[in-house]
Ligand binder design. Structure first.
Ligand SMILES: *Cc1c(COP(=O)(O)O)cnc(C)c1O
Length: 422
C-alpha cells in the first residue's frame, strides 16, 4: 500500500516526551537535520520511471508522488502522532472536522447504523445530521452509561463514536465499558481524543480501533495552525468489516481500514494538510506533555477556587471530586486537561462577567497557550437551539474556559475582581 510513513524504528524509551522530541530522527532526516526539514514540493520526480510506477502501485514503502496524498513533512508528523498513540499508522488532514468526515464517509454506507455520543463537538453533531440525510441511521445516546449504548445496538450497527472529555460540559463516557461492548460485538470503536490529548489518555487502552484528533488544539498548541488526524490503534480486525472496498482487500488486513481512509478520504475528498501547517504542528507537539501538565494543574486549582465562590452555582471539571465521572477520570487520565466550565447563580451576570475579565480572551477555540473564555449558550450552542442545549446540560449562564499557560495567581486574581465587580 502507498502509505508514506517512515518505517517505525523501535523506540529507545517508553517515555512520552523523550520519544516525541526524537521522533524526527527515526524517519531519517536528511543531512542530519535535527528538526525535520519542511518539504513544500507538490510533485515528486524520479530518475527511473519504474520507481514512479512503484509509488503509484504501492509496491514501495514511503514514496511520494503528489502532495494531496502526503509529503515527507506530513509523513513525519503522522509518524510522531502514531508514536504518541502507540498505534500502527496515521493519516493527517487539513482540520479535525476533515478527519471526522473522512472516517464517517469512507467507512459508513447508507443503511448502516452509527451510535454516537449525545455530548459531541457542535460541528460533529451537525455532521451526524448530514449522515442521517445520506441514509446512515444515527442513534445519539448518553454514553456515560454503556448500557445505553448496548440498548441502541442494531444488527446493522457498524460504529460507536465518542469523545473522551465532552466540550463544554466535560462529561466522560464509560470508555472501558463501551470498549468491551464493541470488542464483544465486533464493532468499530472510534474515539475523538482531542480534549484529553494522547499525553493524558490513550484510547487504545480501552480498545478503540480508531483515534481522531483535531491537531488545532493542544497538539499544535499555539493557536496558529489547523490540522486533524486519524490513528489506527491496530486493535480492530478489518478483515471482518464489510465496508472495505474490494480493491483494498489485499495484503495484510491490519492496513485495510487506514488505507481506505487515506485513499477515499484524503486523496479523493482532498482536505490535505499543508506542509507548512504540518511543520508548525510538529514543532508545537514536542511540548505537548509540558503544556498539558501545566494547564491541567492550573485548571484544577482554578476549578477548586471557582467551586467555593458564592456567585458560582456549579463547576464542571473532571479533576474535581464533585464531578460525576471523577473516579473514571482518575482511573484513565493522567490529569484533568485544560477544559472547564461553570455556571453562574445569576445567568444575567454571564456577559458582564466575561467583559470584566481582563486576562482571558473572549474567543472560541481550545487548547491555546492563552486562556480563552466564551459564554456557551449565546455562541457555540446558539445554532443548536434551546432543546438541544437542555439535553446537553448547557445552562444559559454557562461559561467555558480553556485554560492556558498563564500563572495561576494572575488568573485567580482576575476572576476574583471580575466576580466581585459589577
Ligand atoms: C475542535 C474540535 C474538533 C474540530 O477540529 P478542527 O480542527 O477545528 O476542525 C473536533 N472535535 C473536537 C472534540 C474538537 O474540540
Amino acid at each position: 500500500m502507498s502509505h508514506p510513513i517512515p518505517a517505525p524504528t523501535p523506540a529507545p524509551t517508553p517515555h512520552f516526551t523523550t520519544r516525541i522530541v526524537h521522533a524526527d530522527r527515526w524517519g531519517g532526516a536528511e543531512h542530519g537535520a535535527i528538526h525535520q526539514p519542511l518539504h513544500t514540493s507538490v510533485q515528486y520526480g524520479f530518475e527511473r520511471v519504474e520507481d514512479l510506477i512503484a509509488v503509484f502501485q504501492g509496491t514501495v514503502a514511503g514514496g511520494f508522488n503528489y502532495a494531496r496524498q502526503g509529503t515527507p513533512t506530513t509523513a513525519a508528523l503522522e509518524s510522531m502522532l502514531t508514536q504518541m498513540e502507540q498505534g500502527q499508522g496515521c493519516v493527517s488532514f487539513a482540520t479535525g472536522m476533515a478527519a471526522i468526515c473522512a472516517v464517517f464517509l469512507t467507512l459508513l454506507k447508507a443503511g448502516d447504523h452509527l451510535v454516537a455520543s449525545q455530548f459531541v463537538f457542535g460541528n460533529t453533531n451537525s455532521v451526524l445530521g448530514t449522515l442521517a440525510d445520506l441514509g446512515v441511521e444515527v442513534s445519539v445516546v448518553d454514553v456515560r452509561d454503556a448500557a445505553q449504548v448496548a440498548a441502541a445496538l442494531r444488527p446493522n450497527t457498524r460504529m460507536v463514536f465518542v469523545e473522551t472529555i465532552a466540550n463544554p460540559g466535560t462529561q466522560i463516557p464509560d470508555l472501558e465499558g463501551i470498549g468491551a461492548l464493541c470488542a464483544e460485538r465486533g464493532l468499530l470503536y472510534v474515539v475523538d481524543n482531542t480534549v484529553a490529548s494522547p499525553y493524558l489518555f490513550r484510547p487504545a487502552s480501552v480498545g478503540a480501533g480508531l483515534v481522531i484528533h483535531s491537531l488545532s488544539k493542544s497538539i499544535a498548541g499555539q493557536g496558529d495552525a489547523l490540522g486533524g488526524a486519524v490513528i489506527d490503534t491496530g486493535l480492530f480486525d478489518w478483515s471482518r468489516y464489510p465496508n472495505i472496498f474490494a480493491a483494498y482487500r489485499k495484503g495484510n488486513p491490519k492496513g485495510w481500514g487506514l488505507q481506505q481512509v487515506r485513499k477515499k478520504g484524503l486523496r479523493d475528498m482532498g482536505a490535505a494538510l499543508s506542509a507548512y501547517a504540518a511543520h508548525q504542528i510538529a514543532l508545537g507537539a514536542e511540548t505537548l506533555a509540558l503544556r498539558m501538565e501545566r494547564s491541567s494543574a492550573t485548571a484544577l486549582a482554578l476549578a477548586q477556587w471557582l467551586q467555593q465562590h458564592p456567585a458560582i452555582a456549579r463547576v464542571h471539571y473532571p479533576g474535581l471530586p464533585s464531578h460525576p465521572q471523577h473516579a473514571r477520570a482518575q482511573r484513565h487520565f493522567k490529569a484533568g486537561a485544560w477544559l472547564l466550565s461553570f455556571e453562574l447563580r445569576d445567568a444575567a451576570q454571564c456577559l458582564p462577567l466575561c467583559n470584566r475579565l481582563r486576562l482571558p480572551i473572549k474567543a472560541t477555540g481550545l487548547g491555546d497557550t492563552r486562556t480563552l473564555i466564551i459564554p456557551v449558550a449565546h455562541t457555540i450552542f446558539w445554532e443548536a437551539g434551546a432543546q438541544v442545549r437542555a439535553a446537553m446540560g448547557i445552562a444559559d449562564g454557562m461559561i467555558r474556559v480553556s485554560v492556558g499557560l498563564e500563572e495561576l495567581e494572575d488568573l485567580r486574581a482576575d476572576f476574583a475582581q471580575a466576580l466581585q465587580g459589577g
